[in-house]
Design a protein around this ligand. Sequence first.
Ligand SMILES: Cc1ncc(COP(=O)(O)O)c(C=O)c1O
Length: 379
Amino acid sequence: MGFSTDAIHAGVHPDPTTGSVMTPIYQTSTYVYESPGRHRGYDYARTVNPTRSALEENLKVLEGGRAAYAFASGMAAISAVMTLLKSGDHVVVSRNVYGGTYRLFARVLEDYGLTFSYVDTSSIETVEAALRKNTRMVYVETPTNPIMILTDIGAVAALCRSKNLISVVDNTFLTPCLQRPLDLGAEIVVHSTTKYLNGHSDSVGGAVILARDDHAERVKFVQNSVGAILSPFDSWLVLRGIKTLPLRMRAHDENGAQVARFLEGHPKVERVLYPGLPAHPQRELALRQTRGSGGMISFYLKTAEAAECFFRPLKLCALAESLGGIETLICQPSTMTHASVPEQERRAMGLTDSLVRVSVGCEDLQDILADLERGLAAA
Ligand SMILES: Cc1ncc(COP(=O)(O)O)c(C=O)c1O
């Protein structure tokens, strides 16, 4: 089926008891057995829940994987993937990954004997040079949050295959609507479903989609063993959100492109980071591996003071962490989403106080532009 058809229908079947067209929220912790040791495939709701299973089937189809598992947050999903590794293993990571991912790696997992190298994964030579004897995984975010650097997924995946390494792509920013890493050869996709997949800023969740049965089996085992599952209600919300994903992503992409052009031409703006602009240094790669650049834009104002003044008069754009909602959200990554990254590392990534990140929503374009103009006039 086409992507929009799959977004609406994959994993969704009329409820066998009532014929309900929409997947019910199976708000139960347990299921009745027919006799000791005999049940209908459902024993306990941490292990399996029909609402969650419907979402997992849907995500599996949209990303083109062999299996998908839904978690209580994006971080829980990423943590589950990291359990494919063992103490002593080394991971090569995109340099400016989401701050929470960096915090998990640097301040939790290093205590369990994993080591990480943060490198510019936009250069395949740099990725290759960072590999060590004990490297087991390459973990990529593309585009990166918030500097919007792209990584050539196909090139990284091919390198990983040739060295027997696990390739992981965080596809939160573009979603399978605009980028399908498994089609490009990656082995695992992770998502914060909190963002575009749910799309309405009213649920926190995560997902792992896998191309290999052995990885899938382990992640499923870990999902049940650790228990950081997505609740039935959140599963239902994400499943509902995904039905409009293609429509929303089209609107995010159209508004994103217009907002990026507006910012690029504005005298108060120093530089715009958006792969959809011809000036983006990786525009050719963007055209090759994505079907649009979506709604995430970062831009530099001239000074940190200008940024401070910029946020004050905004009325429509909500000053908030998170992204990917139907409404426009705006933030200062250095003090908000990426505050957990040490200052020195932030500077090395270009994550200064004059950097602003916008998650362009689906409101009327002229209203978004008018609000940004208000902020820029004050900057
Ligand atoms: C790219 C990316 N990956 C993962 C996460 C973590 O997801 P969650 O907040 O749902 O745990 C985020 C959160 O902002 C993110 O932006």
